[in-house]
Design a protein around this ligand. Structure first.
Ligand code: COA
Length: 577
């Protein structure tokens, strides 16, 4: 990477206390950069408490595509002592450090760090707007690093307008004061927001909002909501938009009620979904078995967070794969997809509905804490460009049998109330007409029918992407990744290849049923395999070992944070050496 390249890849981290407006300030930087035509990728982390604790927002921005939040920051803005302490070790030579010089801390600044002391607390107090300390910081950042001031003023005014004109005015004054204070300092660092490149129309979305949008594109009719961090914003997005198109969202009393309502709506012929996180998915496991048994299409989004139990509600983890694939009693199947980025959150939500409708099975879509809150610029989605699949329906001819054995294994469905179409959908084992039947031969035949449908799912889903030279010689190392870790591995693979290493990546998004042949084909051209994932037990590595002949080296972390590319590069180099 040349110096010029690295200037085109700027990472700004703003940190302070929850309640100090860190998230708002970070959002404003992100929106202003996106409006200026830049690519953005954000990562935020905050405590489970509404006030207090360490909050951090990182915006990576470039004129070129970005796939993850980056290794570490180029610019740190610390609003309090904890923010400084938490990040002190990452203040590397050449980084810029903007801090509150009238705050609760006296930083020790290494000689090769570019430090800018801004009296944020004092300036905000003098203006009579103590809450606007974050806007003093934002003004200073705008001046020092070229974040477009006009765009920042526009987004901050928009955000605070519902709090009243006096709040907007106070924040604008604080922002301007921050710019003045920064103008009095001499800029010594090289960091500056990049010049935007030419690109098509894009929209800035969070992972959660994008899932909501994908559901609307897929033709969602009914959403059962029960709030849980970090999934709640999906319901919030759907609540804003679904009623406008005649759909219904109901807030249920708990997750068991949510999934039950979803199955009821789907039985009634509607496209239905719910979203949750690990603890909620655990509660839904019985009804997911019911969905498989009764062949009721449904989509459940699981935005994974740190566990087990209540765990780390606001933190990142990829630890619900065991639960998602096998979390049900009896022998129950399902389809499990996972998303890499915000674009996937739209596309794979549509795909999840298509698969649920086509195969009449529950489809679980896995996202995660960092992607849920990450905002990224994505090409403006064209709803007409998506293929939408609907369930196979009864044509009204002959005797209706809800679970009729058919050539493709899929039985036609029929809405309640259709003349001649009366049927039972039950969790009890049943015959082809839906009547209870516990005979050994019937149970065997029905299990074979239900699992038989899943046999063609792999062929019906796009092949897992191979990153790197697919036709070339055997690679020294193959890296398998899933979920948002894929974006990190993409960059790691690119860096390793740029250094001359023979490395490839393999990025499955259909996790279950497992595309065994695709894993085997990929691995056949790699001397060794590495599988990084954010959980303790190495959950995907476990399934790879169980289902294929492969023995990937498992690389797990579970500190509530995602990987960064440097970590993967470093582990890969250990293996390559
Ligand atoms: N002037 C006026 N108001 C301002 C402001 C300013 N300069 N800067 C921020 N604010 C407001 C924001 O608009 C927001 O108000 P709102 O709640 O009315 O939208 C509020 O102050 C908080 O600011 P924000 O920037 O959104 O967050 P923060 O960085 O201060 O961090 C959180 C607070 C997000 C960490 C915390 O509130 C939270 O939600 N924690 C997570 C809770 C959770 O999910 N727990 C899990 C339970 S299982």
């Amino acid at each position: 990477m040349t110096d010029e390249d690295s200037r085109d890849d700027l990472i700004i981290r703003i940190a302070g206390e929850g309640g100090e407006g860190i998230i708002s300030a970070g959002d404003f930087i992100t929106q202003a950069c996106a409006r200026a035509g830049l690519e953005v990728y954000t990562f935020k982390t905050f405590p489970a408490e509404v006030k207090g604790g360490y909050a951090m927002y990182q915006t990576r921005t470039s004129s070129r595509p970005i796939y993850n939040h980056g290794d570490t920051f180029n610019v740190l803005c610390a609003l309090n002592g904890e923010a400084y302490t938490m990040n002190r070790a990452a203040l590397r030579p050449g980084t810029a450090f903007v801090y509150d010089s009238h705050g609760d801390f006296e930083p020790e600044i290494p000689g090769d760090v570019h430090a800018y002391a801004i009296p944020m607390t004092q300036a905000a107090k003098e203006l009579g707007t103590p809450k606007a300390k974050n806007m003093v910081a934002l003004g200073a950042l705008s001046r020092l690093f070229g974040i477009p001031a006009d765009a920042l003023l526009e987004v901050l005014s928009g955000k605070f307008s519902k709090k009243g004109d006096h709040v907007v005015d106070g924040n604008v004054r604080a922002f301007e004061r921050g710019r003045e204070l920064a103008a009095e300092l001499t800029k010594t660092d090289p960091w500056h927001v990049a010049e935007p490149a030419q690109r098509g129309e894009t929209v800035l979305m969070s992972g959660n909002d994008a899932i909501g949008l994908g559901a609307l594109i897929a033709g969602l009719d009914f959403f059962a909501a029960y709030p849980i961090t970090p999934a709640t914003e999906i319901a919030r997005y759907v609540a804003r938009h679904l009623p406008k198109r005649g759909g219904t969202l109901i807030q249920a009393e708990d997750e068991i009620a949510s999934i039950s309502q979803v199955l009821g709506a789907s039985y009634a012929g509607k496209k239905a979904m719910t979203s949750t996180s690990g603890p909620g998915l655990a509660l839904m496991s019985e009804m997911l078995g019911m969905a498989f048994m009764s062949e009721t299409p449904c989509v459940v989004v699981n935005v994974q967070r740190g566990g087990p139990s209540t765990g780390l509600p606001t933190k990142h983890e990829q630890s619900d794969l065991f639960l998602s694939i096998h979390g049900s009693h009896g022998d129950a199947g399902r389809i499990v997809l996972s998303v890499e980025n915000v674009r996937d959150c739209i596309d794979l939500t549509v795909k999840a509905f298509n698969l649920a409708e086509k195969y009449q099975v529950p489809v679980l879509l896995l996202s995660d804490g960092s992607l849920a809150f990450s905002t990224q610029s994505v090409p403006y989605p064209d709803p007409d460009a998506y293929t939408i699949e609907n369930r196979k329906r009864w044509d009204g001819e002959g005797e209706y049998k809800r679970y009729a054995f058919t050539a493709d294994g899929i039985s036609p469905m029929c809405d309640p109330g259709t003349p001649g179409g009366m049927h039972m959908a039950t969790g009890l084992e049943h015959n082809d007409a839906g009547a209870p039947n516990y005979s050994p031969a019937n149970h065997e035949a029905m299990q074979a029918k239900r699992f038989g449908k899943l046999a063609t799912v792999v062929a019906d889903f796009p092949q897992a992407e191979i990153d790197g030279d697919d036709d070339g010689d055997e690679a020294d190392l193959g890296i398998i990744a899933w979920g948002s870790t894929i974006g990190v591995v993409r960059e790691a693979v690119a860096r390793l290849r740029a250094e001359g290493h023979a490395v490839r990546g393999f990025y499955p998004k259909l996790l279950w049923p497992m595309a065994v042949e695709q894993y085997e084909t990929f691995a056949a051209k790699c001397k060794r395999l590495l599988l990084p994932e954010v959980n303790w037990q190495g959950q995907l590595a476990h399934f790879v070992r169980a289902e294929t002949s492969l023995r990937p080296e498992s690389y797990t972390i579970c500190g509530g944070l995602p990987f960064n590319p440097a970590m993967v590069v470093s582990r890969a180099k250990e293996m390559l050496s």
